[in-house]
Design a protein around this ligand. Structure first.
Ligand code: G2I
Length: 438
């Protein structure tokens, strides 16, 4: 099937995805991190594009008049989801009367700024218009299918992937379908929605999207997995699974996250992280964001990550400060961690007659952080380190390091090919970059 808006650099994706996976495996064993950051992306979407992925956000239409909001959104993200404007209550407020104004505004903003769009969502038990909430049975089945057909037809050719069905499974240990009016129309309502969506927009990828499906040991995860496996085996038109990824201290990123994404991908569908937010702050929040990014990058079929809002203050749970920009639009530590992790996909293979250097963020304090470097390919190396902004060096170990601001030069001092520096952030927490010659 042809896709209208393939992700950038699709042709090289499989290869770079495998390389990314290999790099991450290495990270785990050697404690190394990002390879040399030559050509590293300085925005989330540029960095994600290095491995053929996208980096997206939810957009609320009423915030498009906020200049700070749109400038961050335009700069950092290349995949846009309407936070509420394409939902059932917004698009079909009265039965048979469709209103696409709010959804169109977001799609127009995205497409005119060179971005792609995730459609959210065609069939859902929640945010149904009042008339639909009052319906059951065959009448509801027909109304739901008509809704899918009309909305997907309206946006035909403009949507990269649709969340065709959202949140159809119960939480907890039952592994059952959620008891909704849609479910009561018959267990085949989900596949019926997928067939209708395929017919209405044959070029959009069709996703099943849910939350609390991150932990491989959880019944809900397995139940969704079983449904997708069944759909794939029977040829129901499903292309992708969306993992909403709303995390907090009671529901942290599970250690099995990578395994979950990989197991779904192994069914032959793409996986997408669709609504990422992680309540918290500082290093612990940043590390969880990094873990999610790393898990996606380690799975070749993980196409991209979308966060559920731009600034903390834009979030549906703003008090949990769960996003990558603070309420004033500043990049948070979590932003730096995600950016560094995305940039770790840049090819780090040593050239035949030279050397390469990997750069890793290590311990961190209120005003400074450690950066470690590992050189491969030469024992007579020189590493040029570019600090970010007004960062300065406090001290160095296991190498001779010249300079303290701007560009530093490191050479061996008889302590091997791994060394480190402590950097005063002075407001810039981005990871320095480095190049090796030798
Ligand atoms: O709840 C978080 C997300 C879980 N997955 C599906 C997503 O669609 C969902 O998004 C949230 C939006 O972020 C909220 O903005 O969905 C909520 C509704 O289920 C949205 O909240 C609604 C409020 O309930 C309405 O009262 C309000 O008018 O937002 C509307 C617009 O601000």
């Amino acid at each position: 099937m042809t896709r209208l808006n393939p992700p950038r650099r699709t042709s090289g994706r499989r290869l770079t995805g495998i390389l990314a996976g290999a790099a991450i495996a290495l990270t785990g064993v050697l404690g190394l991190g990002a390879p040399a950051a030559q050509g590293a992306g300085s925005t989330l979407h540029d960095a994600a594009a290095e491995s053929g992925r996208y980096f997206g956000t939810a957009i609320a239409g009423y915030r498009l008049s906020d200049g700070q909001y749109t400038s961050i959104a335009d700069r950092e993200f290349d995949m846009i989801t309407a936070e509420n404007e394409m939902k059932l209550d917004a698009t079909e407020p009265q039965q048979g009367t469709f209103d696409f104004a709010a959804g169109d505004q977001i799609v127009d903003w995205a497409l005119s700024n060179g971005k792609q769009v995730r459609g959210h969502t065609l069939a859902w038990h929640s945010q149904q218009p009042q008339w639909m909430q009052n319906m059951e049975g065959q009448q509801l089945r027909a109304a739901m299918l008509n809704h899918v057909t009309q909305v997907a037809s309206h946006y035909r050719g403009q949507i990269y992937s649709w969340d065709v069905v959202n949140e159809a499974f119960e939480d907890g240990t039952s592994g059952a379908r959620r008891n909704s009016n849609l479910q009561r129309t018959g267990g085949d309502w989900i596949e019926a929605a997928f067939y209708a969506a395929r017919q209405a927009d044959p070029n959009a990828k069709l996703c099943y999207n849910d939350y609390n499906t991150d932990n491989w040991e959880h019944a809900k995860t397995r139940a969704v997995y079983d449904m997708v496996a069944d759909f794939v085996s029977r040829g129901v038109p499903i292309d992708c699974v969306g993992f909403q990824a709303h995390f907090n201290s009671g529901n942290p990123v599970p250690s099995s996250y990578h395994e979950t994404l990989q197991n779904f991908a192994d069914l032959g569908v793409d996986v997408q992280i669709t609504e990422l937010d992680i309540e918290g702050s500082g290093q612990s929040q940043a590390e969880q964001f990094r873990g999610v990014t790393q898990a996606c990058m380690a799975v070749t079929r993980c196409e991209g990550i979308s966060v559920w809002g731009v600034r903390d203050s834009d979030s549906w749970r703003a008090e949990g400060t769960p996003l990558l920009f603070d309420g004033s639009g500043n990049e948070k530590l979590a932003y730096s961690y995600v950016l560094d992790q995305l940039n770790s996909a840049s090819e780090g293979t040593p050239p035949v007659d030279g050397c390469s250097v990997s750069v890793t963020r290590a311990d961190e304090w209120g005003d400074r952080f450690n950066v470690t470097f590992a050189v491969e390919g030469s024992s007579a190396w020189q590493v040029d380190i570019q600090l970010q902004g007004v960062q300065s060096v406090q001290n160095a170990w296991n190498a001779d390091v010249q300079g303290s601001t701007g560009t530093l030069t490191a050479t061996p001092n008889g302590n091997g090919d791994a060394f480190g520096i402590t950097v005063y952030a002075n407001g810039s927490w981005s990871l320095p970059t480095a190049t090796c010659s030798g």
